[in-house]
Design a protein around this ligand. Structure first.
Ligand code: ASP
Ligand code: MG
Length: 425
């Protein structure tokens, strides 16, 4: 191991929590890790049970058309059945646990009642409601671990993960978060912890989600704040592959990736690791292991992501793509020659809080690549710009972006030729 920090952060995702059997396998895996890393303190980050985040999104978006009571009953039944299945005969204990769960679901019911009165869901209520998937699951797993004699303390992100307050897709403010955690480092050291992933709180105290797949990000933020030895993300694939197995035939399992390579792949659509999750690790050179859940636990079977820039033989490590792109085109006869046009365009987009993913310019066109969801707003801002050099603005949504990523690409000849040759064959 590159350093001797005493924390290990391990994240389990929704696909690990499909049914009671899944929870048993997670517990077995935790036992294995505890055995493998004797003396270290474990921090578990969990996402919601399988499919629950989607169902919560659906409930919030359709709260006027669904029977909220029935939905909440199902949520309660699903989580309580897991506790009942592992009932160890301690009836007092199980009654307490079911009461706790009931209270949590009741909190949720009150939020839905408020939303119904308002006839709309404010952003802060939406994020709060959706965070319950993680809250319920972390609670259940903690109790199941307890029944196995494993003592993990439930620690809630609202006490120390501080975000920029952007609802739905917040970024974590790393330094304030680290300060909060460092203030109580002993509290973290004394016991193994279990933490619901996927959310933090703004400075104003509102719950803010970290974007889909955000538990990865919670895990790496915690690793940063605790200066952990390493982070493990368990996935339902073998590790990081050279391409999406749903599209690419027989992709290869990558042994190593650099932080930058992983960031690029995630930015350009590889869904396997949250795109913000790398940055916290980079700052402290904490290795990340992307591991398959099946088989025995061994770090050597995982993809390790670290500082090391490794030039592989074929140079290209992996390919990812996204079709969440809209191309906004500014046409004008002289665009390539006049300085400052792109600057004006990007300044106005930034002032409206719009992110530009990518830019391609030429003599007669400036093309902004933006997320499809931002297209209407980008077009609105573009139309108000009135730049002398721009004669016409239009857009296209029938494109996708393919990213070919690998350290050393810029200094290796013939890659583009191979990529395009494969494409036309
Ligand atoms: N449960 C959340 C989601 O499905 C967060 C996560 O899985 O990491 O997006
Ligand atoms: Mg998930």
């Amino acid at each position: 191991m590159s350093k001797m920090g005493s924390f290990i952060v391990v994240k389990f995702g929704g696909s690990n929590f499909k049914n009671f059997q899944g929870y048993c396998e997670v517990i077995a895996k935790i036992k294995e890790i505890l055995e493998f890393e004797k003396g270290k303190t474990l921090v578990l980050v969990v996402s919601a049970a399988y499919g629950i985040t989607d169902r919560l999104f659906n409930a919030v978006n359709n709260f006027q058309n669904i029977d909220v009571r029935t939905f909440l009953r199902e949520l309660y039944d699903l989580h309580s059945s897991l506790l009942s299945m592992s009932n160890d005969g301690n009836s007092h204990q199980i009654t307490e646990e079911l009461k706790d769960l009931e209270n949590k679901v009741f909190e949720l019911e009150k939020i839905f009642d408020a939303v119904k009165l308002l006839h709309k869901v404010p952003d802060f209520a939406k994020d709060l409601i959706i965070s319950y998937g993680e809250r319920l699951n972390a609670y259940v797993l903690q109790k199941l671990l307890q029944k196995e004699g494993l003592d993990f303390e439930l620690k809630m992100p609202e006490e120390w993960i501080i975000t920029d307050g952007k609802f739905g897709t917040a970024s974590v403010l790393l330094e304030p978060t680290k300060d909060m955690i460092e203030k109580r480092l002993d509290y973290w050291k004394n016991k193994h912890s279990i933490v619901p992933g996927f959310y933090g709180v703004s400075k104003e105290g509102d719950v803010t989600l970290l974007g889909r797949g955000g538990s990865d990000y919670t895990a790496t933020v915690l690793a940063y704040a605790l200066d952990a030895s390493y982070v493990v993300l368990f996935k339902d694939v073998n590790g990081f592959l050279s391409g999406d197995p749903k599209i690419v035939e027989n992709p290869i399992l990558l042994e190593k990736l650099s932080y930058d390579e992983l960031e690029e792949l995630s930015y350009f659509g590889a869904k396997i690791v949250h795109s913000n999750a790398v940055e916290p690790l980079k700052n402290r050179s904490i290795p990340l292991y992307v591991c398959s859940f099946s088989g025995n636990f061994s770090l050597s079977n995982c993809t390790v992501v670290s500082n090391e820039k490794h030039l592989s033989e074929q140079c290209v490590k992996s390919v990812s793509f996204t079709d969440d792109v809209a191309v906004v085109q500014f046409f004008g006869a002289n665009l390539g020659r006049v300085p400052g046009v792109l600057g004006e365009i990007s300044k106005s987009m930034a002032q409206s809080g719009l992110n530009i993913k990518f830019v391609i310019t030429s003599q007669t066109a400036i093309n902004l690549i933006v997320s499809k969801k931002d297209l209407p707003e980008v077009m609105r801002v573009a139309e108000t710009l009135r730049l002398r050099e721009v004669e016409r603005i239009s857009y296209r949504t029938d494109k996708a972006l393919v990213a070919v990523v690998g350290y050393g690409l810029l200094d290796t000849h013939g890659i583009a030729a191979k990529v395009f040759y494969q494409k036309v064959r």
